[in-house]
Design a protein around this ligand. Structure first.
Ligand SMILES: [Mg+2]
Length: 435
């Protein structure tokens, strides 16, 4: 460990000395680097034989992405590509990355920090690229320099991620896309180092980008070897509540709102998956997964936007014990404590609206433990799901759980499917009335 630190330090000070001498050398690194304090030019007489380029988001760093379960499809689409957040989208608004950086920096132990927030395998590769005297190692990201430059400079210095010869963020006016910008950087690097270059390798988590790099490399030809290496993307989401709060604040209450609150018994992810797998086979794979309900499916115990009476919440929570603390149960329910677990058996599947690749599916369930205290506004326990897009029909769901939708065809299952649920409530953020 000490050895490699010494080497890095040595190289760092050497290269600082070389900045003046090599003003005319390594021009492309100087031109594209965005963080002056992180620029580390190789010595003047270096024969650069290899260029290793590392993407940042989800390749080197476990950058947060929006948590899909919190948003309806239309809103999620806008978060990725619209201007809802202060005129920006998720990737161009610095607050999300800054929040993640702050959490990372709050961890004192360097190896824990690296394990939790960085892709160690790729970080180690970048380190060894930097330590190799004949390799230029570059961090290259489509994040905009004018928005993220200072944040990258400050954070990478602070957490000792100083093993790149240059840290390059997208400069204004260069290319219309990340790919156009990155290939402009490549062309410049190749122009400068072509005489000695033997290898150019780029690491990226997005397969679409990797494919485009390959096409670009095929086009440019050259006597050096090229490689575009796909990296399995890794993420680390922000704290749930924090993320929703930030979205609400940045977008403003007129542009974003909660969907009507759903209350009842929510399937865990495995049970949700099992039920959808069953449905998929039941219809002999005729319907695409995309037309089936999104996570989570649930058994409503009251109408949308309503909450069960407080005493019923407490009786469900405690399985109708005497001397219960209603306030305590209510607080657990409100805070989405998942500890009130209840198992059901799915005994029937129901469906309607079978046309043009569309279908509505429902399931009738029975509690596994018949003596378990349960409460519902409705006569039956019906599992329903939503797609959180414009195809959701709240009035149909209501008629089905009320038993008033005669067009539903119910089929008894040969063998019941056990599902695990927890008692609680759920809502997503959706585009507001103004959008
Ligand atoms: Mg990436």
């Amino acid at each position: 460990m000490m050895k490699s630190i010494n080497k890095v330090n040595k190289r760092g000070s050497e290269s600082r000395m070389c900045i003046v001498r090599s003003a005319t050398m390594h021009k492309s690194l100087q031109r594209w680097n965005s963080c002056s304090q992180l620029l580390s030019l190789p010595p003047q007489d270096t024969h650069v034989r290899r260029i290793h380029v590392y993407d940042f988001d989800n390749t080197l760093y476990l950058s947060p992405q929006p948590n899909r379960q919190f948003y309806t499809k239309p809103l999620l689409g806008t978060l990725y590509g619209g201007d809802l957040l202060n005129g920006r989208d998720w990737w161009s608004e610095p607050l999300f990355l800054e929040k993640s950086f702050n959490q990372m920096l709050a961890i004192e132990d360097e190896s824990t920090r690296e394990q939790e927030f960085w892709n160690k395998e790729i970080v180690d590769l970048a380190r060894s690229s930097f330590e190799d005297e004949e390799t230029v190692s570059i961090l290259l990201t489509g994040r905009k320099e004018e928005l993220f430059g200072p944040l990258f400079e400050k954070t990478l210095k602070q957490c000792n991620v100083t093993f790149f010869n240059a840290v390059c963020l997208k400069k204004p006016g260069v290319g219309n896309s990340t790919m156009e910008y990155k290939t402009a950087v490549f062309r410049d690097l190749i122009d400068e180092y072509e005489g000695t270059l033997e290898e150019l390798t780029v690491y990226d988590d997005r397969l679409s980008q990797v494919e485009k790099f390959k096409t670009f490399f095929d086009q440019i030809g050259g006597t050096f070897q090229t490689m575009a290496v796909p990296v399995v993307p890794r993420y680390r989401p922000l704290d749930n509540e924090e993320e929703c709060r930030m979205i609400l604040e940045l977008a403003g209450p007129d542009n974003v709102r909660w969907t009507p609150r759903q209350c009842g018994f929510f399937l865990n992810t495995q049970s949700h998956k099992n039920l959808l797998s069953f449905t998929f086979s039941f219809f002999q794979k005729k319907y695409n997964w995309k037309v089936l309900p999104e996570y989570p499916m649930y058994i409503p115990c009251c109408q949308l936007d309503q909450t069960p009476p407080a005493d019923q919440i407490a009786r469900i929570w405690t399985n109708d014990q005497s001397n219960i603390d209603i306030q305590e149960c209510l607080q657990k329910f409100q805070s989405q404590d998942p500890s009130c677990e209840i198992n059901f058996n799915v005994v029937e599947i129901g469906y309607c609206g079978r046309a043009h690749q569309r279908i509505h599916v429902f399931f009738r369930a029975e509690p596994c433990d018949k003596s378990r205290y349960l409460w519902s506004q409705f006569n039956k326990f019906i599992v329903v799901g939503r797609r959180y897009d414009s195809s959701d029909d709240n009035s149909l769901l209501r008629r089905v759980v009320e038993g008033n939708q005669s067009s539903v065809r119910w089929v008894k299952l040969r063998r019941p499917i056990k599902i695990k649920t927890y008692f609680g409530h759920y809502a997503r953020l959706d585009k507001g009335a103004k959008l």
